[in-house]
Design a protein around this ligand. Structure first.
Ligand code: DC
Length: 228
């Protein structure tokens, strides 16, 4: 990136089911920015590994595969492959099993490194909203606006529960809470790029906020950073 073409980035990190994906997409829409759902990349790695019979613990094989991923994002849809043989894997990566797989493959440093260039390639004019765990700390450390968006585990479990029920899925609140806490612990405790609030990020606690209030808050922080 030359100094003449600074492309603004809004980095939004936070734990699972915090609502950061929803907030990030709305912010991107309002600003006309591109959107990177970095968690989807780890989900894709977990899914493709499962299909190619690569063990989620096999760091080297996972990283090799991640470097060769042939994927396209198109609005809310994720495509694997291209031409007539392409497949819409948007729903396949959203299962609870792939949530777990993503969290497991994401512990490997070589997998994280293999996905860096792909993530950087999303930074295009007029700007990018990137959501994940390490957007502000590792992938876009020079982001203009850094937000750590969270809510209590109980509020997050309830949001996920309502979302599943509204889609007609059977769900158990206690199981969801337990799963979330296990995933939080794994994401926070891994040695590489753990989930943590960057020292220069704004904390946005959304337990008592509506989506619109959270969106407004992110936009206000971004306006402030762009006015500097
Ligand atoms: O945001 P998500 O729930 O789709 O992410 C799935 C998993 O991927 C999550 O448990 C941790 C991992 N992840 C990561 O390690 N780094 C990111 N930037 C995004 C997700």
């Amino acid at each position: 990136m030359s100094q003449h073409t600074h492309i603004p980035v809004i980095a939004i990190d936070g734990p699972s089911a915090s609502g950061k994906g929803t907030v990030a997409q709305i912010v991107a829409d309002r600003l006309g920015y591109h959107y990177l759902d970095s968690g989807a990349l780890y989900r894709i790695v977990a899914l493709v590994a499962r299909r190619q019979a690569i063990d989620w613990r096999d760091e080297h094989a996972l990283a090799e595969m991640a470097l060769q991923l042939d994927i396209r994002f198109d609005g809310n849809r994720i495509w694997l492959g291209n031409g007539d043989g392409r497949e819409d894997i948007s729903d396949a990566v959203r299962t609870e099993e792939m949530s777990r797989g993503a969290s497991e493959v994401a512990v490997h440093p070589a997998v994280r490194a293999a996905l860096l260039d792909l993530q950087h390639s999303f930074r295009q004019v007029p700007g990018l909203v990137a959501d994940g765990r390490d957007m502000a700390t590792v992938v876009f450390p020079d982001a203009d606006t850094k937000i750590f968006l969270t809510a209590t585990a109980e509020v997050r479990a309830e949001r996920r529960y309502k979302q599943l029920m509204s889609k007609g899925n059977h769900a158990n609140l206690a199981d969801i809470l337990q799963d979330l806490q296990a995933r939080d612990a794994r994401d926070r405790q891994r040695s590489v790029a753990p989930l943590q609030q960057s020292s220069d990020a704004e904390l946005l606690e959304t337990s008592a906020l509506s989506i619109e209030q959270a969106v407004e808050s992110v936009l206000a922080h971004h306006r402030k950073s762009q006015a500097k």
